[in-house]
Design a protein around this ligand. Structure first.
Ligand code: PLP
Length: 347
C-alpha cells in the first residue's frame, strides 16, 4: 500500500497498517520506567524466548540498542573488533567514541563475514601498556553495507570460538536478524546462540513505526537498563509501541521471504538492462546495491530519472545506489521499477 510513490529508499519507510494501529490503540499500558507496562513486559519476554536469552529490553532505536550494548560491554579505552562497514562504526554518528570512548579495530571481508585468523591476530590482551585491551567483537547480520549479506551461522561460530578462547564478549547488530533467519531457514536463537548480546529492530522490515530491543543475560540487561536511562531512552506508556512490535512479530516475520523474492526479481530485471550492474550473487536479502555505468547517465542521474517517475531509491556513497524491498512494496511495484529503468536507459 502506498500513495502512488514507490519508495525503495529503505525498509524504514513502512507505515503501520489498520490492524497494527488497532493493536496499538488497544494496548494495555503502564509506566515502563517503573517496569509497569504490561505490553512492554510481554514483548520483552517473547523476544528473550525467541533468541534463547534470559532477558530483553525495549529501546527507542537500533542505534540506541547498539550503543547501550557497547557501553555495557566496555570501559573507556577498550578496543572493539568490528567489520569496517559495520553500521555501529560507520553510521551511528561516532557514538562509540563519544559515549563509550572505545577504539574500533576494523576486521572483515566484503561479504560481511570476518576472517578468523585476522580476528585472532587483531586481539590485544592489554598486557603490553602500549595497547588498548580488546574487550568485544561486534558482528552484523544481515550486513547492511555489505549489500544485505547474510552471514552463515558457521561463520559466526568460528569467530565466537576465538572470542571464547580469549575471554571476549560477542555482540550482534541484529537490526535485520530476522531477515537472516528467514534466509538461512533457522530459528533466531540459533543465530544468537554465540552472542552475549544482540539487537533487533521492529521499525525496519517488520513494519512497526518505532522501536528496537536488546537481548542477553539478566545481568547484562540490568546493566543496559541503567544506560538506557543515561542515554535518555527510558519511556513511559510505551506499550503502544510495544503492541506494534508484538503485532509485527506475529504477522510480519515469515512474509520477509516475499521481500527477499522481490529484491531478487528486481535484481534479475536490472541485470538484463545494459549498463546496470550489481555485485555478483546479490541480493541475499531485501537490500539491493547497484550502479549505472552508462557513458552519459551516471548512477546519480539514473536515480534522479527514477524519482521523476515517482520511484525513490536510496543513494549511498559514490557511484552506488541502494534499493530496498519491504512490506509496502509489491511485485507490481518491482515490475514498474524495472520498466521505468528500461525507459530511462533506453533498452
Ligand atoms: C544494521 C543496522 N544497525 C542499526 C541501525 C540503526 O537503527 P535506527 O535507525 O533505528 O537507529 C540500522 C539502521 O538502518 C542498521 O541498518
Amino acid at each position: 500500500m502506498h500513495n502512488g510513490i514507490i519508495d525503495l529508499r529503505s525498509d524504514t519507510v513502512t507505515r503501520p497498517n489498520t490492524e497494527m494501529r488497532k493493536a496499538m490503540a488497544e494496548a494495555e499500558v503502564g509506566d515502563d520506567v517503573y517496569g509497569e507496562d504490561p505490553t512492554i513486559n510481554a514483548l520483552q519476554e517473547e523476544v528473550a524466548e525467541m533468541f534463547g536469552k534470559e532477558a530483553a529490553l525495549f529501546v527507542p532505536s537500533g542505534t540506541m540498542a547498539n550503543q547501550i550494548c557497547l557501553k555495557a560491554h566496555t570501559q573507556p579505552g577498550d578496543e572493539v573488533i568490528i567489520h569496517p562497514w559495520a553500521h555501529i562504526m560507520r553510521a551511528e554518528s561516532g557514538a562509540g567514541a563519544a559515549l563509550s570512548s572505545v577504539q574500533f579495530r576494523p576486521v572483515g571481508n566484503p561479504d560481511g563475514s570476518m576472517d578468523v585468523k585476522e580476528v585472532a591476530a587483531s586481539i590485544q590482551s592489554g598486557e603490553n601498556p602500549h595497547h588498548a585491551p580488546t574487550r568485544l567483537i561486534c558482528m552484523e547480520n544481515t550486513h547492511n553495507f555489505a549489500g544485505g549479506a547474510v552471514v552463515p551461522v558457521e561463520g559466526i561460530d568460528a569467530v565466537a570460538a576465538v572470542a571464547k578462547e580469549n575471554g571476549l564478549a560477542m555482540h550482534l547488530d541484529g537490526a535485520r536478524v530476522l531477515n537472516a533467519a528467514v534466509v538461512l531457514d533457522v530459528r533466531p536463537d540459533k543465530i544468537a546462540s554465540n552472542f552475549d548480546s544482540g539487537t533487533l529492530c521492529f521499525s525496519k522490515g517488520l513494519g512497526a513505526p518505532v522501536g528496537s530491543i536488546i537481548y542477553g543475560t539478566k545481568n547484562f540487561v540490568n546493566r543496559c537498563l541503567r544506560f538506557r536511562k543515561m542515554f535518555g531512552g527510558g519511556l513511559r506508556q510505551a506499550g503502544i509501541l510495544a503492541a506494534a512490535a508484538r503485532h509485527a512479530l506475529k504477522h510480519n516475520v515469515e512474509r520477509l521471504a516475499e521481500d527477499h523474492n522481490n529484491a531478487k526479481l528486481l535484481a534479475a530485471g536490472f541485470e538484463e538492462i545494459k549498463h546496470l550492474s550489481l555485485p555478483k550473487g546479490m541480493p541475499e536479502s531485501n537490500l539491493l546495491f547497484f550502479s549505472c555505468g552508462h557513458p552519459k547517465i551516471s548512477t546519480e542521474r539514473f536515480v534522479a530519472g527514477l524519482k521523476e517517475e515517482g520511484i525513490l531509491i536510496g543513494a549511498t556513497s559514490g557511484d552506488v545506489a541502494r534499493a530496498v524491498t519491504h512490506l509496502d512494496i509489491s511485485r507490481e511495484d518491482v515490475e514498474q521499477t524495472i520498466a521505468a529503468a528500461r525507459r530511462i536507459l533506453n533498452n
